[in-house]
Design a binder for this molecule. Structure first.
Ligand code: C2E
Ligand code: CA
Ligand code: CA
Length: 827
């Protein structure tokens, strides 16, 4: 190389845009570097210095090793691109640089490696351009992928046809919706080979009119709202689809069809339509009047029933405030009803209803039940349905039922339920005044009922009710509790005198005579009164006390009036106690029988005994029958007690006989109830069988007054008794005022002359005559005669001289216990 050539080369090398350097030896000592290299590395002092020393920062890029390798192996490394973030010059900014470097060895004459030549260039711009190109490609690929993913993921099917209608693309959804498995079953086939489609109703149309095909040919987009596509298996699905032309610049490439399965939507629409129609027909046909009302309270629509009810046409009803159709009293209540619906509907979902009076077009008031049903759209109340039912009739019905439930049907007076309600109310709301509660019971009413018949009895009660209503004040309650029992509730009395005044008015009303269809009748009344608060603080107590006072008044016989007092209550309590004691007397074996001898006079030989009952009361001592037989009759215990007495007497008599005593007749007293009891003859027969007592040793005593009460039935019963072989005596004879002529008709054996005649038979000549006559008469009729209550020997003389041979009385013996009588009999 000439020096000129050498200069030229140096010049070229120095000005080359590529950087160049020559590194010598294993330490890569810089022997030469051009300007570009100097600039690249930041104009450092390089020459004569090892690479590692001057460019230590390049170790990080593996350059030292590469240089070592090239030197060691003699094999170059070409086009190695290194990205560095630091310009080696240290200039700012430290832009990312891409440096492409070639490292080739150079050899000494002996063939050994002398060093490494390094050259290369800054490829940053080129690299960045390439990189951004690659990124763009990458991005568009990704977009494509996403698009495909999206198209495959959507519910819509799509496919693309070319201008001839041949399918070039479709998505997975297309395959799924039309029943294909793979894309290649579709691709490159004419659309009409793979997609059969018709009008929504299934009717076909010519292929030439196919909108997809037309778009592919004409370039005009199309929308088809409702058609049928057929799947591969022939089944159909309802679809809607869009068809878009595909252009490449100005050249039509084909068409894209995007379709959607609308089967479910159509079903929903059909269901919606049906439900709307159902609601409409409910509205139209409902027998209740229905108004739809907006939030201003204006009527938006009214069904035919509403028009019928109000008499207004729908157009008349329109736009008027609904509240206007109600009576003034109800106007505000209806508005309130709306307010509830509009304001509180969200927290209160219950229906609201009330009763109101609707005004019809012809001015009639119609009682309606109004129910308020909010019209909700989402959670918002946009109005209400007012549903109204004419309840005029059912209200009347309810009122009459209420009346029936609270009134006595015969008289129309209040019944017990209403009386209690009013009394309770009066007590709760009493002011300073007194409340009088009057119990009244008619005397002699039963006689009228029995003699004139129940019709007349009812008539009397009705007339009386009318009279009561006429004399009582408006606010007072007159109730009939049943039968001939009435109660009058007198409210707001200032004094007891007020109550007495009312009592007098009532008595006057009752005492007036009654014209019962031509029959004149008279009744009177016994009245008892209890006064609140004096005689009781509650309904039950007041009723009971008034009742007690009435009984007290009644027990005095004549028409009478009594105020309740504590003494009555005490008596009533005692009686209640006695009642409960008596119910237990039998089971607690507190009842016993005493036996009073009946003797022959003048021999005084015992020929019979009368069984007389006693109650050994645990507190009150031994009680006589007069103390409890009446009570037993009232509380229905007399049969039980009577049967026990009969059994006990028969058993005792049989016992004495089996103990070897001389047989005597035992007399047992019968109560009126026993005689009336239809099963009595059987009981009697059973008792005899059970005790083994022969009937001839038993006599039943029946008082004269009992016999006379019902002569027919009594004599039938007496026949039955005597048919069993048991004899019968008339007890207390002379007290019942029976006509002596009856005596011969009665099937009896003995007359027992009442004690009251015997008592003063020796002093009172009248009685003496009666007794003598009775004895004669009895004997003439073939009856035995017993004189009761003989206490004095003179009486015995009188009786003996008048041929009465049997007597009973303390003169001979008191009633004795069974043991004492045993002793008496054996003596
Ligand atoms: P009664 O049938 O007239 O019985 C006679 C009553 O006169 C008995 O009174 C007897 O103790 C009494 N008495 C007897 N002799 C004399 C006398 O010399 N002077 C006086 N002052 N009284 C005498 P008791 O036992 O108190 O019986 C009263 C009434 O009770 C009886 O009158 C009878 O009607 C009834 N009675 C008694 N036991 C029974 C019974 O087991 N069943 C029924 N249903 N009534 C009975
Ligand atoms: Ca008797
Ligand atoms: Ca008697």
């Amino acid at each position: 190389m000439t020096s000129d050539q050498g200069d030229l080369t140096r010049h070229l090398v120095n000005n080359s845009p590529e950087f160049m350097a020559v590194l010598r030896g294993p330490d890569h000592v810089f022997e030469l570097a051009n300007r570009a290299y100097f600039e690249l590395v930041g104009n450092r002092a390089l020459i004569g210095k090892p690479f590692r020393e001057v460019l230590p920062e390049l170790e990080a890029y593996g350059i030292f090793e590469e240089l070592d390798e090239v030197f060691r192996t003699g094999v170059g490394k070409m086009r190695r691109t290194v990205a560095t973030s630091l310009r080696l010059t240290g200039e700012q900014p430290p832009q990312q640089l891409y440096i492409e470097t070639n490292r080739i060895p150079y050899f000494e004459e002996d063939g050994s490696v002398g060093g490494v030549m390094v050259y290369g260039r800054d490829v940053t711009d080129q690299t960045l351009t390439e990189q951004s190109l690659r990124d763009a490609q990458h991005r568009s690929q990704r977009t494509m992928d996403q698009l495909l993913m999206f198209l495959n993921a959507t519910d819509e099917g799509y496919y693309v046809v070319d201008c001839e209608g041949v399918v070039t693309t479709c998505n997975n959804q297309f395959l799924k919706m039309l029943g294909f498995d793979r894309h290649d079953e579709i691709m490159n086939r004419h659309l009409h080979e793979v997609i059969h489609h018709t009008h929504a109703d299934g009717s076909p149309y010519p292929r030439s009119e196919c909108p997809i095909y037309q778009t592919a040919r004409s370039g005009k987009a199309a929308y088809v709202p409702d058609e049928l596509f057929f799947r591969r298996d022939g089944s159909s699905l309802a679809v809607q689809y869009h068809v878009y032309p595909i252009w490449d610049g100005k050249e039509l490439q084909g068409a894209l069809c995007i379709f959607r399965d609308i089967t479910q939507r159509k079903r929903d629409e059909a269901a919606l339509l049906e439900s709307a129609q159902r609601s409409k027909s409910l509205f139209e046909q409902h027998s209740d009047a229905i108004f739809s009302v907006d939030t201003q309270g204006r009527i938006l629509s009214a069904n035919p029933s509403a028009q019928k009810l109000t008499g207004y046409s729908e157009s008349e009803l329109h736009q008027c405030p609904a509240a206007r159709y109600f009576s003034q009293n109800d106007d505000q209540r209806i508005r309130n009803l709306f307010a509830v619906a509009f304001n509180h509907i969200l927290d209160d979902k219950t229906l609201h209803s009330l009763q109101a009076a609707l005004l019809s077009k012809d001015g009639k008031q119609i009682e309606v039940e109004v129910t308020n049903v909010p019209i909700l759209v989402g959670t918002q109340c946009v109005g209400v349905y007012l549903i109204m039912r004419d309840v005029t009739e059912s209200l009347q019905h309810a009122r009459s039922i209420k009346h029936l439930a609270t009134h006595d049907t015969l008289t129309g007076l209040a019944n017990r339920a209403l009386l209690y309600e009013r009394l309770g109310h009066a007590i709760d709301y009493r002011r300073q005044s007194l409340i009088g509660l009057l119990f009244l019971d008619l005397n002699r009413f039963k006689v009228i009922n029995d003699s004139l018949g129940h019709d007349k009895g009812d008539l009397l009660l009705q007339i009386l009710a009318r009279r009561f209503r006429a004399v009582m004040r408006e606010g007072d309650t007159i109730a009939r509790l049943g039968g001939d029992e009435f109660v009058v509730l007198v409210e707001e009395c200032q004094s007891l005198q007020n109550i007495v005044d009312v009592v007098e008015k009532i008595q006057a009303a009752v005492n007036e005579s009654f014209d019962l269809d031509g029959h004149q009748a008279h009744v009177s009344t016994s009245i008892g009164a209890a006064v609140f608060p004096r005689d009781g603080q509650d309904v039950g107590t007041l009723m009971r006390h008034a009742d007690l006072a009435m009984y007290e008044a009644k027990s005095q016989g004549a028409p009478h009036f009594r105020f309740f007092n504590a003494e009555l209550n005490r008596k009533a309590m005692q009686r209640m106690q006695a009642e409960s004691d008596l119910r237990q007397a039998l089971t607690k074996q507190q009842l016993i029988l005493l036996y009073q001898p009946i003797v022959a006079i003048p021999s005084r030989n015992i020929i019979g005994v009368e069984a007389l009952i006693r109650w050994q009361h645990p507190e009150r001592g031994i009680l006589a029958p007069t103390d409890f037989i009446g009570l037993a009759e009232e509380i229905g215990m007399i049969d039980e007690i009577g049967n026990w007495t009969l059994l006990q007497a028969c058993r005792q008599n049989r016992c004495w006989q089996s103990e070897g005593l001389k047989p005597v007749k035992i007399a047992v007293n019968l109560s009126v109830n026993q005689l009336k009891s239809p099963g009595f003859a059987q009981t009697l027969e059973r008792t005899l069988t059970q005790t083994g007592l022969e009937p001839q040793w038993l006599e039943l005593e029946i008082t004269e007054s009992v016999l006379m009460q019902n002569f027919q039935a009594s004599s039938a019963m007496l026949d039955a008794i005597r048919a069993l072989g048991v004899s019968v005596s008339i007890d207390d004879f002379g007290t019942g005022y029976s006509s002596l002529s009856y005596l011969q008709k009665l099937p009896i054996d003995t007359l027992k002359i009442d004690r009251s005649f015997i008592d003063d038979v020796t002093e009172d000549t009248d009685n003496a005559m009666i007794v003598a006559a009775t004895i004669t008469l009895a004997h003439n009729l073939g009856l035995n005669v017993v004189a009761e209550g003989v206490t004095k020997p003179e009486q015995v003389s009188f009786l003996t001289s008048n041929h009465c041979t049997v007597a009973q009385g303390y003169l001979f013996s008191l009633p004795l216990s069974a043991n004492d009588l045993h002793a008496y009999l054996s003596s």
